[in-house]
Design a protein around this ligand. Structure first.
Ligand code: TXA
Ligand code: MG
Length: 355
């Protein structure tokens, strides 16, 4: 049964108090709200209310063993949900918050099972977005929120996509335009020593190392393998993917070779950095000098592909440091780890005579 979705236009940098009040009312009455964060839109509910959190899973078709992030608006809120014995750790977290950084901590009993999915840990973050912070503090409870997309779809970076995809599935959607980063938060497990990177994201590993020291990078965080069980349950599901076939070219040179062929009529969309794209057909994602911009445009490019007449798409590899680590993780997942040469692509498109 579809539910009635209220859509409220709100400025994400200086939201109207009435708009915040309406959202907090929905959260406190056990409903669901789609709100902007600095990374992607979140689909939120009262993070201390098991029944409300279960609605998130229904709205997204999310598998129940995939735990949720609790969003907080102050460090004080941490105490109710996580065990932090060490003040040093609290200070380290404060250096990254508010910001696109999620930490895995030992949970308290106040955290419902729906949030932790049976794990002894809870994921927590303080988003750097005025509307999100105001909504959480007006609600007075941590807000559980995964990305607002349907399960297996790319995360939502623009409220128009939220309205298209999620109307009838949630109680309220804030229509607040585009998010500022466009890739999800970085997830660090600090319950292990050394801390372990579970998901590359909008906070770079280099900046985390300056504060946390040594950090182990799991293969799942690079995106080179899919993790199978428990550590990051979410990582085992296909994620961030366009519906149409999508491939990673084995190198920038190979990508250029393909672009130099006449692939008109083959229905192949090339997407890449401004400096690499040579044909005017190429979907330009931004400059290599500003990887954040490229990250920002990636998920909406996936959605553009699905809405276009192209039958498949290719992208080239990006440098794997700084923000590039998160970009490559998303690309590897979105392409289902399919790395191809020009010959592979022409074979797939059934047109080897082009060579
Ligand atoms: O930027 C973001 O992090 C966005 C915004 C809305 O905050 N949220 C987001 O949530 O990307 P979601 O649910 O799409 O991704 C969170 C990931 C999932 O893969 C989940 O498995 C993992 O975090 N996670 C959450 N709690 C966990 C836990 N206790 N142990 C291991 N992994 C956990
Ligand atoms: Mg997600």
């Amino acid at each position: 049964m579809p539910i009635h979705t209220r859509i409220i236009k709100a400025d994400q940098d200086s939201p109207d108090p009435d708009a915040i009040h309406s959202g907090a009312e929905v959260i406190l009455s056990g409903g669901t709200v789609i709100f902007p964060t600095e990374t992607v839109y979140g689909l939120g509910a009262n993070g201390l209310d098991q029944k409300a959190c279960l609605k998130i899973f229904t709205a997204k078709n999310r598998p129940p063993d995939n735990p949720l992030i609790l969003h907080i608006s102050s460090l004080e809120m941490l105490d109710g949900i996580a065990v932090i014995r060490d003040n040093g750790l609290r200070r380290k977290l404060a250096r990254f918050w508010p910001g696109p950084f999620t930490v895995l901590l030992t949970k308290t009993d106040a955290v419902p099972d729906a949030v932790s999915a049976g794990q002894p840990t809870v994921a927590v973050r303080m988003p750097d977005n005025r509307l999100a912070l105001d909504l959480i503090s007006a609600s007075g409870v941590p807000v559980a929120a995964p990305s607002a997309n349907l399960s297996t779809k790319p995360s939502i970076t623009d409220s128009q996509h939220a309205i298209q995809e999620m109307s009838g599935r949630v109680d309220l959607i804030y229509d607040s335009g585009k998010t500022s980063f466009g890739l999800e938060s970085t997830i660090l497990d600090v319950t292990t020593s050394p801390p372990r990177l579970l998901r590359a994201g909008s906070t770079t590993v280099e900046s985390l190392r300056e504060v946390f020291g040594e950090i182990e990078i799991s293969e799942a965080a690079r995106g080179t393998v899919e993790s199978d069980v428990a550590i990051t349950p979410g990582m085992k599901y296909r994620h961030y993917a366009p519906e149409k076939p999508f491939f990673l070219m084995e190198s920038v040179d190979e990508f250029r070779r393909l672009e130099n062929l006449d692939t008109h009529g083959l229905g192949i969309l090339a997407m890449g950095a401004d400096e690499v794209c040579s044909s005017d057909q190429c979907l330009r994602l931004g400059s290599l000098n500003d990887l954040r911009q490229i990250g920002h445009n990636l998920f909406s490019a996936f959605r553009q592909l699905d809405q276009s007449d192209f039958t498949m798409a290719v992208i080239h590899p990006f440098p794997e440091y700084g923000y590039g680590l998160a970009i490559m993780n998303r690309i590897r997942k979105a392409t289902g780890h399919r790395v191809v040469s020009v010959e592979d692509i022409l074979e797939i498109s059934g047109d080897l005579k082009k060579l």
